[in-house]
Design a protein around this ligand. Structure first.
Ligand code: NAP
Length: 235
C-alpha cells in the first residue's frame, strides 16, 4: 500500500498499517513517517502509473495536504488507469463559530484582493509557495510564517518567521499582539485551530482560502480510523 503525503494523517496511518510513504521532498528536514519512505516526484501520471505497476502497489491512500491539487489529480488518474483502489484521506475544513469575522476567498489571488480593505498588517500563514500571490500589495506589511524560507517574488514589506506547528493559542495570541496584526490569512486546511481562536478573541478578521475541488468520483475519508477500516476491507 502506498500513502501519499507526510501530513499528520499520513503519518498516523503509516504508524498503524504497513505502507510505503511518499513525500514530495519540499522540506529539508521532514517529519518522517514510520516504515518505508520514498522521497521526490514520480514524474507525472505516467511516472506514477509505472511506479504502481513496478512496485505491485495494492492500494493508494492520498493523504496529501488539501491544497496539493496536482498530486491528488495525478493519483486519481493513475488509479483509474491501473485499477488500483484509491482513497483520499482529508481532514474536514474549519467551520466558523460565533465571534468569527471570516471572509471566504475562492483562491489566493482573491484573498490578496480582499486585504487592502481589511487592514495593513497581515499575518500570512498560507505557506511559502503561496506568497507570490501577495507580492504586488505594496500597501500592506506582512508577517509570513512557513517551515522553509520563501523565495522571490515576495512583498516589499515582509518579515519572515520560520516555524513549524503545532501552535498554541497562547503563542498565537502573543504573536498577533506583538506584531499588531490587523488581518490573518489562512488556507482552509482544517486541523488545529489555535490561530483562528486567537484571532476570534482579538476581533481580528480572517481571510480563509477555499480548498480546491477534489477530482470527480473519488472515494474520501475524513479520519485515519476510516482509512484504516478501508484498508482492512481490501483483504
Ligand atoms: P502539488 O502541487 O499537488 O504537486 C506538484 C508535484 O509535486 C506533483 O506533480 C508531484 O510530482 C510532486 N508531489 C507532490 N506530492 C507528492 C508526494 N506526496 N510524493 C511524491 N511526489 C509528490 O503539491 P504541493 O502543493 O507542492 O505539495 C507538495 C507536498 O507538500 C505534498 O505532499 C503536500 O502534502 C505537502 N504540503 C502542501 C501544502 C500546500 O499548501 N500545498 C501544505 C503543506 C504540505 P510528479 O508529478 O513528478 O509526481
Amino acid at each position: 500500500m502506498l500513502v501519499l503525503g507526510g501530513t499528520t494523517e499520513g503519518r498516523e496511518l503509516a504508524a498503524r498499517v504497513p505502507v510505503v510513504s511518499s513525500l514530495a521532498g519540499r522540506t529539508s528536514r521532514p517529519l518522517l513517517p514510520h516504515g518505508e519512505v520514498r522521497i521526490g516526484g514520480f514524474g507525472g501520471v505516467e511516472g506514477l502509473v509505472r511506479y504502481l505497476r513496478a512496485e505491485r502497489i495494492s492500494a493508494v491512500v492520498d493523504a496529501t495536504h488539501p491544497f496539493a491539487a496536482t498530486m491528488t489529480a495525478h493519483a486519481a488518474e493513475a488509479a483509474r488507469v491501473t485499477g488500483v483502489p484509491l482513497l483520499v484521506l482529508r481532514r474536514p475544513g474549519w467551520s466558523s463559530q460565533p465571534g468569527d469575522l471570516w471572509f471566504r476567498a475562492a483562491d489566493l489571488m482573491s484573498a490578496a484582493a480582499l486585504l487592502p480593505s481589511l487592514g495593513e498588517r497581515v499575518f500570512l500563514t498560507t505557506g511559502r509557495q503561496s506568497i507570490a500571490a501577495f507580492a504586488g500589495l505594496a500597501g500592506c506589511w506582512f508577517l509570513s510564517r512557513s517551515v522553509e524560507r520563501p523565495e522571490p517574488p515576495l512583498p516589499q514589506r515582509i518579515e519572515v518567521l520560520l516555524d513549524r506547528g503545532p501552535f498554541t493559542v497562547d503563542g498565537e495570541r502573543e504573536l498577533l499582539r506583538r506584531h499588531r496584526i490587523d488581518v490573518l490569512v489562512s488556507k482552509d486546511s482544517g486541523g488545529g485551530t489555535a490561530k483562528l481562536d486567537a484571532a476570534r478573541e482579538q476581533g481580528i478578521p480572517v481571510v480563509l482560502v477555499d480548498r480546491p475541488p477534489l477530482p470527480a468520483g473519488v472515494l474520501t475519508a475524513a479520519t485515519v480510523d476510516e482509512a484504516v477500516a478501508w484498508t482492512a476491507q481490501l483483504g
